[in-house]
Design a protein around this ligand. Sequence first.
Ligand SMILES: [Fe+2]
Length: 346
Amino acid sequence: MYNFSAPSLFLSLTNVLVVFNPLLLSSKTVNVNYKITMKPDVFPRFEPVTATWQYVVADPETRDAVIIDSVLDFNPASNQISTETADRLLSLVSENNLTVTRILETHAHADHLTASTYLQQQLVNQGKPRPDIGIGARITQVQSTFAPRYGIEDSELSNVFDKLFQDNEEFTLGNLGAKVLHLPGHTPDHVGYLIGENVFTGDSIFNPDVGSARADFPGGSAVALYNSARTLLDFPGHYRLYVGHDYPPETRAENEAGEKYKPYTTVKEQREDNKHVNTGTIEEEFMKFRLERDSMLGEPRLLHQSLQWNIRAGRLPKATAAGDMFLHLPIKASKQLMSIMQGAKL
Ligand SMILES: [Fe+2]
């Protein structure tokens, strides 16, 4: 167990021709009746410092778009936040003439800070409509777990997310249908977003040669993670599973552009090749592996900063009377030293 030491709108398309557009990493489907059909344009953007895949997903007709799992740059040596990565997403949005209707999170990340509030505010500053920030409804559980540990007041957490999605809730992206899938295990609030024939899986599965995410955060569960992966593997074989992170092993071949990072593989590839959970993997086998592996993993580098930031949807902490803002970091020491220090009389 991870040792936390701090306190249908989906269109069923038949008779279609598929044209692959490598620039967009998406397929344009052309109906034989020559109607424009309903598949999103997907713009994956990799953030290398935290190995995070961010996505802008757009309806090619209306140009409405969602942003999924954005990253705010953070330097833990100086505690400096900056927005180069988020600003590149905003540039992508404007260069492609998109209107962001929602900013989505798959879960409260423990390894990077979200740019959701920054993006929302900047879009408003540009005179664009204010997009909702959305996340699975169980974020309230995660907030309740961590707020007392970090000393965050309820007033800093209420209504920071505009939209709390229920399981299987549907919404529209322009003329496209989208659906929220509860995919717990890595975290209890974890969801995926099904848009057309793509699932944005967050950390509920990783690319086949990476396997799966840890399941030892508070509220995490290896069994639940197994079942979430099975849910994903039950989608049709040609559906694409877009991952939340990528950590390519040495053995992975580069693509034509000389890059190793991959935003997605198909369900079929995952069923056949996922090294942790494929068609033949039984639950007990996965649980045994996951529990052993997780017991050896260290703390994510930005664990405490990320959690305090992300349960606030990326808003700044309340300022002190002097106007400073703080994130809390837990002190670590041996039990013996802690006992000595707690008893110290000055
Ligand atoms: Fe995560």
